[in-house]
Design a protein around this ligand. Structure first.
Ligand code: 13P
Length: 248
């Protein structure tokens, strides 16, 4: 039984005070909800949010991590450090990291393997850009990303990974994939996982859609059979909007 999971990705937004204000407002609104949720925040606020959300079911996620535990890697944060802070989730391979910071399928695979050696749940992002969609290469691109990401990962680990389908052309553009386009790709992803790991893993794995998810379109997207959740950027910065999405 897949439990809906709706996560916010704050990207590089908010001051510390804004994070506190959000957490206080959101905690109040979230009471009594049984949808799984997490806020994936900049590193510097993870401890703060962990404390603010203690005693609630609201989880905290990072937006990236490095696969080595320690060493001369100026500017990086290791999975071990995130474990130390008690982080629950970690986004890996977001398109913005692939586009601006040289993330590759190979580095994504190494990061996933390191996360799976511990208890943090990875949220693996896949998705095609506009040019690839216009050339009708989206399924090839996503298949490639999946095969690269899951290389040499065993079935029992694979089913712990949350997959987020985020078409790059729908991120921050206000242009959402139609619910059917999102469903078609999420179904394709589930079938690809079945081909790699069999039916049981494919049935269990949680697949989110991300790309301009807002209160106004959340219901239609969440009602699709192969979409189990959402990865929400802009609308997760506002506690009321994010809560409305969770209440789809
Ligand atoms: P938006 O919801 O702002 O389009 O961002 C989606 C996203 O990239 C979440 O990771």
């Amino acid at each position: 039984m897949r439990v809906p999971f709706i996560a916010g990705n704050w990207k590089m937004f908010k001051t510390g005070q804004e994070a506190v204000t959000f957490a206080e407002e959101f905690k109040e609104k979230y009471k009594g909800t049984d949808i799984k949720t997490a806020i994936c925040a900049p590193y510097v606020y993870l401890s703060l949010l962990k404390n603010l959300f203690s005693g609630t079911n609201i989880k905290v996620g990072a937006q990236n991590a490095f696969y080595e535990d320690e060493g001369a890697y100026t500017g990086e944060v290791s999975v071990k450090m995130l474990e130390d802070v008690g982080v629950d989730y970690c986004v890996i391979g977001h398109s913005e990291r692939r586009q601006y910071f040289g993330e590759t399928n190979e580095s994504v695979n190494k990061k996933l393997k390191r996360l799976l050696a511990g208890a943090i749940t990875p949220i693996l992002c896949v998705g095609e850009n506009l040019e690839q969609r216009e050339k009708e290469e989206q399924y090839l691109v996503v298949r490639d990303q999946l095969v690269g990401a899951f290389a040499k990962i065993e079935a029992e680990d694979a089913q712990r990974i949350v997959i987020a389908y985020e078409p790059v052309w729908a991120i921050g553009t206000g242009k959402t994939a139609t619910p059917q386009q999102a469903e078609d790709m999420c179904e394709f992803i589930r079938n690809a996982i079945e081909a790699l790991y069999g039916e049981q893993v494919a049935d269990e794995i949680v697949i989110q859609y991300g790309g301009s998810v807002k209160p106004a379109n959340a219901t239609e997207i969440m009602n699709m059979p192969n979409i189990d959740g959402a990865l929400v950027g802009g609308a997760s910065l506002n506690a009321s909007d994010f809560m409305e999405i969770i209440d789809f």
